[in-house]
Every structure is written in structure tokens, then in C-alpha cells.
Design a protein around this ligand. Structure first.
Ligand SMILES: [Cu+2]
Length: 376
């Protein structure tokens, strides 16, 4: 059974918002009440997948499977279970839904680049902090609803990328993407994409079909949400992973002097000519046809949370270099790529629909603010 928002509860939450005086952006979904302040005690420590013991890896995979067997509560149509919920919230919060319809100059840009459609809250100042909140909310669901006791793992792809051998498949042959029952599995069978499926003309894909090994094979796991329900798909694209996940690209991000430039360098510009660490995990693993490279629905691949977990760790490491400043600083455009336009501020509010309370960017800067509670 699905949960549905009644008109009454919509009206009630709207009333709460108006009473609280929170400004509503045009086209924004109706916010929830802010999460009650909590104190962060015993923050779980997030580990690289290969730092975890086999039993820790098993308990993580078991908890993800548990989410897929727990009833949805996002209220989003076609989200069947709690795993789907997080994918669905990512999917509905795309820039085209939020902004493009009402901002004419962005429309031709999006239609031309295609890429902008690809990721929720992308190329905006709040991109990395919105994703921090999504990953942390998923981690909380694993812990509170599925008995997982650890932190959200991450995949440090910079350990595996080899920029000097762009065609090497070695980065895909580690224990992260291994074939074992408690690994994330490998490539899909080769499928040649049609031109319509590949508007950005990404070359070098080696897969495209269903994942045949690891924990998320078709007999155990199904992508329910999005335009392509069915098996989990991968389309390993080695040149993208090897160049985009290059340790030098990570260092370039860590060397940025302020939040706005940090945020911009993580994503760069929407083209494959500009290697950027965000695109590395998505297009290196997902290519043209893989789930994690797909449109709004990249969180349909459980590996999404390890990829974004690592991006979040890069943010955390950058913040640790100057916490006094960097736990109190945001920037970057409200509108995708609108550099020079309105910037996000510390009290800019983001939401995850019904999955969690609304949060300000200030609350999301600190991984132990109480709204968040984890460490690396
Ligand atoms: Cu992403």
C-alpha cells in the first residue's frame, strides 16, 4: 500500500510554514516543519568500503536489502519501498521542475546540454549540501529502520583511477564492484546505445545491460522508480572514471579558496571536456545506459550512496582545513549556472519532501549539527 498526502495535511503544513514566516520560492514544494533540534552523540564513523570488515559489509548490504522490503512513506507515486523513496525524492527535485519552467533563459541551455537535466540540484550553490542531506537521511533510515549500526560507507574512486591509462578496466575490478554476494557487482552486458539514448554522444561505454553478479542481481533487486524500471544496469566507461576520478582532480577541489569555488569545481561545466569528480562516479560507472548515469534516477543504483558519500567526504576534508570559516560559509547560484546572479545564503532552506524535516544550509555545513550526526 502507498501512503498518500491528504489535502488536509498539505493545507496544514502550508499553514505551519506561513505562520513561521519562511519565504516560499515560486514553484518550490511545500516545506515540512523543521526537524526538532537534537544533540549529536556518538556520531557513526564513515569508512571506505574496503576498510570495512566482511561482517560490516554484510550488515550494510543486508540493511539496504531491508530498505527495499520496507514500505514507502514518501507519498510519491510509484515509489514502492524505502529504497525507492530516496531515489524518488532525488528525481522529483530536478532543476527543470524547480526553475527551468519559470526562467526562460535557462530553457535553451538545458535543452542544448541535456546534462543539466541529469542531476537533482546540480550546478547550484546548494548542490553538495542537498546531497549531503540525502545521503545522511538514507544512512539514518538504514540505522533506524533496518538495524544497521555503522556509518554510510564511501567509495574512494581516486584510489582506483589511473589517469595514465585511460582505457584500463582495473578501477572496476576491485572489491567495491566485485562479484561476491556482499559487493556491488560489476558491469552489464554490452548494449550499443541508440543516438536518442545518447544525446551527449558519450563514447567508450563497455556495458549497458543488467548487472549479473554481486548483491543486486535481478533475482534479488529491482529498480522500481523512474522511466526504466527493471534490473540494475551498469555501463562502465573507463576513460571517464580514469580521468575524472584522478587524484589530481580531487586535489584541485581541495585547493579551492572558498565554498562557491569549491562547489563549482566539484561539478565544473556540463560537458565531458571538463573532467570533474562528480561526473566520474556517475558516468564512469553508469555511462550512457547505466542506472547511476541516468537522468534523475541515479540513486536507483545502491552505489550512488557510496559515490556521493565520497564527494561528501571531500567536502568534509576541505572544511577541516579551516573549520572556523568553512563551517559558516556557503555560496554559488540559486539558479543552475547563474553565476553572477542571486547566491544561496546560510539560511537558504532545502527539503527532502516527506523523508526528513527541512534544513538550512547552515545546519548542513556541520556533520554533527544535530540535524546531521556522523563523522569520517
Ligand atoms: Cu550526483
Amino acid at each position: 500500500m502507498h501512503h498518500h498526502l491528504s489535502l488536509f495535511s498539505l493545507a496544514t503544513s502550508c499553514l505551519v510554514v506561513l505562520t513561521a514566516g519562511v519565504p516560499l520560492m515560486p514553484g518550490e514544494p511545500i516545506p515540512n516543519e523543521p526537524r526538532a533540534p537534537q544533540i549529536c552523540r556518538n556520531p557513526p564513523k564513515r569508512l571506505e568500503w574496503r576498510q570495512m570488515s566482511q561482517s560490516q559489509q554484510k550488515s550494510y548490504i543486508d540493511a539496504v536489502m531491508c530498505l527495499t522490503m520496507t514500505e514507502s512513506k514518501s507519498g510519491i507515486a510509484r515509489a514502492i519501498n524505502r529504497f525507492d523513496d530516496h531515489q524518488a525524492v532525488h528525481s522529483v527535485q530536478t532543476p527543470n521542475i524547480h526553475w527551468v519552467v519559470s526562467i526562460p533563459f535557462i530553457r535553451p541551455l538545458v535543452d542544448h546540454l541535456g546534462y543539466l537535466r541529469t542531476f537533482a540540484n546540480t550546478l547550484q550553490g546548494h548542490f553538495i549540501l542537498w546531497h549531503r542531506y540525502l545521503v545522511a537521511t538514507y544512512e539514518t533510515a538504514l540505522r533506524e529502520e533496518c538495524g544497521y549500526e555503522g556509518g554510510q560507507p564511501y567509495w574512494d574512486w581516486s584510489l582506483d583511477a589511473n589517469p595514465h591509462e585511460p582505457n584500463s578496466m582495473a578501477a572496476f575490478s576491485t572489491d567495491v564492484l566485485g562479484p561476491g554476494r556482499y559487493s556491488f557487482g560489476g558491469n552489464g552486458d554490452f548494449v550499443a546505445p541508440t543516438p536518442e539514448q545518447n544525446p551527449l554522444n558519450l563514447t567508450g561505454g563497455t556495458g549497458g545491460g543488467c548487472v549479473r553478479d554481486g548483491a543486486f542481481t535481478p533475482d534479488r533487486f529491482r529498480v522500481n522508480y523512474g522511466p526504466d524500471p527493471g534490473c540494475l544496469k551498469r555501463d562502465f566507461t573507463p576513460w571517464v572514471l580514469n580521468s575524472f576520478a584522478d587524484p589530481a582532480r580531487v586535489q584541485e577541489v581541495l585547493d579551492q579558496p572558498d565554498y562557491a569555488s569549491f562547489a563549482r569545481t566539484i561539478e565544473k561545466v556540463p560537458t565531458f571536456d571538463a573532467p570533474n569528480i562528480h561526473g566520474g562516479g556517475h558516468f564512469g560507472v553508469g555511462g550512457v545506459l547505466g542506472t547511476i548515469g541516468n537522468a534523475e534516477n541515479s540513486p536507483g543504483d545502491p552505489l550512488f550512496y557510496l559515490h556521493h558519500g565520497n564527494l561528501d567526504r571531500v567536502l568534509w576534508m576541505w572544511q577541516q582545513k579551516d573549520p572556523e570559516t568553512r563551517l559558516n560559509q556557503v555560496g554559488g547560484p540559486v539558479v543552475p549556472m547563474d553565476y553572477g546572479g542571486q547566491n544561496v545564503t546560510l539560511d537558504f532552506t532545502v527539503n527532502l519532501g516527506e523523508l526528513a524535516g527541512d534544513a538550512t544550509l547552515k545546519q548542513l555545513l556541520d556533520t554533527q549539527s544535530g540535524v546531521l550526526c556522523y563523522t569520517y
